[in-house]
Every structure is written in C-alpha cells, then in structure tokens.
Design a protein around this ligand. Structure first.
Ligand code: C2E
Ligand code: MG
Ligand code: MG
Length: 639
C-alpha cells in the first residue's frame, strides 16, 4: 500500500472566528499570493490576540516544504466539525489532527465536539484550544481518551507551538497509519485483511442493532483455485487473486445502486480477503434477502468471467454463502461461521452459485463435529467392526470373494454409515490407523476362513486415497500379509479411479509393486470418476467394479444405461480386465448381467453385508451347494 507514504497530513481547524482560522492557515500553509496579503491587517490584529505580545511580530515564517505537507480544512462550529469528520472517514481520507476551539458560542463547545469525534475516529489527534482557565483538563482527558491523542493548547499560543504540534502529531499519525496498513490490509490485493474486516464488521453490527436494520455477510470462496495454482504456478495464482479482488470490489461498489446507498456510504471497500482464495463482503444497507441475492448473483457473474493469464484464458467461479443479521446470528463469530457453512453447502450442491444459511446446516455441522470427536477414540474403544459381503461368479454362482465393509457403532451417535464417517476419517488422517486395522482384521479373518475351508476366494479390502499416498503403503500391506499368513493372491485391494488418476506416476509405481507382491487389484466405483479406458490400460489392475449407480438404473431392458453397461463390460474384456457389477438388487438386472457375460456380481439380491457369524453361516451353506449344478446354486442364491 505504497500510496500511504504520499498521503497528505489532513488537518481540520475549528474556530468560530474566521480571523483565527486565517491565522492558523498562515502558520501552517503561508499564503504566497498577493491577494491574500490584503487580509494581512485583520490577521495581524487577530494574531495579537492569539499570541503573547512579544511574539506577535514578526509574522511566522514557514519554510516551503511545510506547506505541501498539510492539507487544511476549516469550519466554524462544533457541529460542522463532527460532520466534516464523518465525511472524511466516509471518503477514506481521515484527518490526522484537529485544532478545536473550546468556546464557540452560541453553538456547542469544543469538548462536546471532541467527544463526538473520538467516537467516530480513534486515531485522530485532537488539540483543544482555550483561552480560559476554567477547563478541567483532568476530567476532559479521562472522557476523551486516549491520553496520547488528546492535548490542550492554552491561548494565547506561539506560532511555533502550533507548527511543531502539527508536524509532530502529523508524522506520528502517518507512521501509525502505515503500521496499520501493514497490519490491516492484505498486501497482495490491497483489500482489508481478516483483522480489519472483523473490526469493521463489529462496528457495522453495533450500528445495525441500534438502527434495527439487517446486514448481509457474504463468504466467497473460489472454486478450483488450487488447480490454477498447481498448474500455472503461484505467480499466476497471485495475479488471479488480484483480478478477483478488483472484480469483487467493483461488484460491491456497483451494488450500492441496488441498495440505494447514500453518497456518503458509497465506498466499495466493505470487502476483504481472509487469506488463500477466501473473500468476504459486507452489505450493511440491504433491505431484504432479495437484495443480497441480486448482489451475490452479480458477484458470481463478474468473478466468473474469463481471466487472461499466462497466455491463456482461465475461468474460476466463486461459491458464495450468505448469512443475514439478525436472523442468522447476532455476533461476528456466529455470522462468519454460518456464512461459511452456507458457502460449503453451495459449493457441494453446485459450485459457482450462492446459498443462504439455514439452521439445518448448523445441525449438520454439529453432527460432523461430534463424529470427528467420537471417531478419535473409536478404535481404542473397540467400536469398529467389519461386515462381509459376498461377490459371486455370475455364471457359476460360486463365491469368488467377500468384501470387507467397515461398520461403526458409537454409544452416542449409534450406527454411523461409512459414507458419513469415512470422508471425516480421511480429512482428519484417522483413516490411516483405521485403514490399517481394517486390513489386518480382514486378512486375519480371511486366513481363518480359508483354513476352515469356508473361503476359497479372495478377501476384498477398500483402500482410501490417504493410505495409498503413504510412502510405506506397500510395506504395510506386505507386513500384514506376512503377520497373518494370508497368501497375497487371496487379498484384493479396491482403489477408486480418482485415487489412481490423482497422481498417475505415483499410482503406477505403487500398483506395480503391489502386483509384484501378488495382490489382486480392483478399481472400485468405476464410471464415477474421470478415468478413461485408454488410460486405465496403462495400469496393472485386474478388474473393474462398475458403480452401482449404473446398475441401479438398468431395468434389464434395452435402454441407454443398458447400452453403457454392455459397453463397459465389452471394453473391460477387450483390455483383459475382469468386471464386477456392484449393487445388483433385482432379478432382471442379474439376468441382464449374465446375458452380457459380466464376470462377477455383488448386491443385496445376491447377498447382504453380514457380520462375522452370519457370514460364516452363509459361507457354510454355500460350501454345501458347491457340489450342485450352476443353476441350482444361483437359484439358492436368489431364491
Ligand atoms: P463400496 O466399496 O462401493 O462398497 C459397496 C457399498 O455398497 C457398501 O456400502 C454396500 O453395503 C453397498 N451395497 C452393496 N450391495 C448393494 C445393493 O445392492 N444396493 C445398494 N444400494 N447398496 C449396496 P457401505 O458398506 O455403506 O460402504 C460404503 C462405502 O464406504 C464403500 O463403498 C467404500 O467406499 C467405503 N468403505 C466401506 N468400508 C471401508 C473401509 O474399510 N475402508 C475404506 N477406505 N472405505 C470403506
Ligand atoms: Mg468397495
Ligand atoms: Mg463400490
């Protein structure tokens, strides 16, 4: 914020006698035009009243540079002084120093004005000038704190005193302002930073509560910013943030028209950068949620315009969460949190849009927090178990494998579905110990069932992205196999497409090493990610598990989804990969998959996930049918 060094020292002089104002002006900004010499007579007589007689002459000599340092404004009443300060703050050109006459009959006095001004601006230095000895300086100093910004100047005073005060206090103000700029502004975008925004927000809320008016808070987060940073580099990322900041500032400034802001409030700087790719905007003048949505919509449109960057055009969109005072909270922290929650909800539902906060979001967040807390002790407290769901060869009805599925039952939360706690375990890193426990438990169980002659096939275990990214992941798998005595060929690891595609080079290397161990590899939830068959060909995987969303939609008839499934099966076969259909729930689906020569199937129709004992009973039943014909076996299954 280099412009602050150039900022003039603005001084406001308040005195009911215009002659006195001229004297001040002469001291601080000496007239250099002959026209002003005409006024000299008045000024010198005035000077005689202001300054002790021995100093009354000669006229104060002010060196050239001093003149350019100050920008002087004058007013003649206490009320006008308060107004001038308000305007100066609204246009972001605050005063450094105010010389304030104590007595300005018939209007209010200087002490009153000082108090009003201090409430508006805590940085300005106020010098109260009085010829009277009847001011109680101690009492006033207490009232108009802080003490180092409130001074008395007894009339008559020496010109030198005024000049020195102006210089010393002006420079002090400028230095403090520079420090504040550094502490309160984001150096990259020039927007107010988080600290300043909080302060400003607090002040806005105070005034909104006094005037009983709503305030809208917008939490703005760029979608996919990280990708730009990663692909185009940090310099391009910084440039993008600067463009976004400027667009946001512009959109807010223009929003003043929507909400009919008075000229004084028009400032377009009620926005801030919180850090990273997060911005905030404050709309203190909104009349309704409708106003806020018009502005949010404008921000989305403006910020989503393409940005020329490094020889190409990139597009990032913002997701915006809106919280409104007082309905969504009445303090800074609550409103910030709720706007943040709304932003996440918008991002989850549809990036590049906005969402208003609603109470349900809080309930969701509270549950998330409880899950996180409880998850930390879940393993130690033995709250985790595994269920096993069989996979079948569709042609023969033989159990090819069982998939270990994690179950969590907590005394407070009850039974929490994996889709709810696994993302949390991944976000907190807890998936590492949990995942290792799953692998060890599943391998131990598989070895036991193999020894009992119950499980001839594989044990399939899901692996999360975080586990897969660990340097020693392959070693962990190897040591668990060794520890449990399960042959590597009896273990199948299920990895998602996104996990493999995230860092292809790393994935390739890890998959190779796992294959060297002898482990089977499957791509889980296939079709939901972005991988293409041609890229997959490069990876040493054994089979694809077609995501259950495709199977669910098929009716076993001749519609589009059937065509997709059929294409997936054929492509997989061409690449020499096995295919598993997940989520087989209905007989027509099974028949269709059999007809398409899909290798394996898994789903409620064929077998539910079961606890250890029930799986054991089930495997025992299956062993007994091993001798029967294929058709009989399938009939037993779905029968
Ligand atoms: P997944 O690996 O795709 O597992 C199959 C999910 O589909 C299981 O849900 C299973 O109960 C469900 N399912 C099976 N057949 C049917 C069916 O016919 N219809 C329907 N609607 N659903 C069926 P679950 O147990 O809730 O697990 C959900 C996901 O959580 C799993 O999806 C997997 O991604 C993850 N998960 C489960 N256990 C683990 C684990 O130990 N580690 C990791 N990293 N993830 C796990
Ligand atoms: Mg799976
Ligand atoms: Mg799956």
């Amino acid at each position: 914020m280099s412009q602050t060094t150039e900022e003039p020292i603005r001084i406001l002089i308040v005195d009911d006698e215009t002659g006195v104002l001229d004297v001040y002006r002469e001291i601080l900004c000496p007239p250099d035009t002959s026209a002003q010499d005409a006024a000299r007579g008045v000024v010198s007589s005035m000077r005689a009243r202001l300054f002790p007689s021995k100093n009354a002459d000669p006229a104060p000599v002010v060196k050239g540079p001093l003149k350019s340092r100050f920008e002087i404004n004058t007013v003649t009443s206490a009320e006008a002084a308060v107004e001038a300060v308000k305007v100066s703050l609204a246009i972001n050109s605050p005063y450094a120093l105010i010389f304030l006459d104590m007595r300005m009959p018939p209007g209010r006095d200087g002490a009153w004005a000082a108090e009003q001004i201090r409430a508006l601006d805590e940085n300005v230095s106020i010098v109260l000038c009085s010829a009277y000895s009847d001011v109680d300086t101690e009492e006033l100093s207490r009232r108009i704190a802080p003490e180092d910004k409130f001074f008395f100047l007894a009339k008559p005073f020496h010109p030198q005193e005024v000049r020195q005060m102006a210089l010393a206090l002006g420079h002090k103000w400028r230095a403090e302002r520079r420090i504040a700029q550094l502490a309160y502004y984001d150096t990259l975008t020039g927007l107010p930073n988080r600290e300043q925004f909080r302060d400003r927000f607090r002040v806005t809320l105070d005034s909104a509560s006094r005037n009983q008016r709503p305030v809208a808070l917008l939490y703005i987060d760029l979608d996919n910013f990280k990708r730009i940073n990663d692909t185009l580099g940090h310099t391009a990322g910084d440039e993008l943030l600067q463009v976004m900041a400027e667009r946001l500032r512009d959109a807010i400034r223009k929003s003043d028209d929507v909400i009919h802001v008075s000229a004084i409030r028009r400032r377009g700087n009620d926005c801030a950068r919180l850090g990273g790719d997060e911005f905030m905007a404050l709309l203190p003048e909104v009349m309704s949620a409708g106003d806020a949505s018009i502005i949010a919509d404008r921000i989305v449109k403006v910020m989503s315009q393409p940005v020329p960057l490094g020889g190409q055009e990139v597009t990032v969109s913002p997701s915006i969460g809106i919280a409104i005072y007082p309905q969504d909270g009445d303090d800074v922290e609550t409103l910030l949190r709720n706007a943040d929650l709304a932003m996440y909800s918008a991002k989850r539902a549809a990036p590049g849009t906005f969402a208003f906060y609603d109470a349900q979001m809080n309930a969701t967040a509270a549950r998330q927090l409880e899950i996180e807390t409880q998850l930390r002790t879940a393993l130690i407290n033995n709250e985790m178990t595994l269920s096993y769901q069989p996979q079948f060869e569709l042609e023969t009805g033989i159990v090819s494998s069982v998939e270990a599925l994690l179950r969590w039952t907590n005394p407070i939360l009850g039974c929490v579905p994996p889709m709810e706690f696994i993302p949390m375990a991944e976000a907190t890193g807890l998936i590492l110990p949990i995942g290792e426990w799953v692998l060890r438990t599943a391998c131990t169980q598989a070895k036991r069932w193999a020894d009992q002659g119950l499980l001839a096939g594989r044990m399939a275990v899901n692996v999360s992205a975080l586990q897969f990214a660990q340097k020693d992941f392959v070693e962990t798998v190897a040591s668990i196999l060794e520890e449990t005595g399960l042959p590597a060929a009896c273990l199948e690891l299920e990895l998602t497409e996104t996990l493999v595609m995230k860092d292809e080079a790393w994935a390739y290397q890890v998959l190779r090493r796992l294959k060297t161990l002898g482990v089977d590899l499957a791509i889980d939830d296939f079709g939901t990610g972005y991988s293409s068959f041609s890229r997959l060909k490069e990876f040493p995987v054994d089979r694809l598990k077609i995501d259950r969303s495709f199977i669910r939609r098929t009716e076993g008839g001749a519609d589009e989804d059937d065509a997709i499934i059929s294409a997936m099966i054929n492509m997989a076969k061409t690449l020499g990969l096995g295919v598993v259909a997940e989520g087989v729930e209905e007989l027509p689906q099974l028949l269709f998959l059999q007809e398409q020569k899909c290798d394996l199937g898994q789903g409620y129709l064929l077998g539910m996930p079961l606890n250890v004992q029930s799986t054991e009973d089930f495997l025992e039943r299956m062993r007994q049918t091993r001798e029967s014909s294929n058709t009989q076996r399938i009939r037993t299954l779905v029968g």
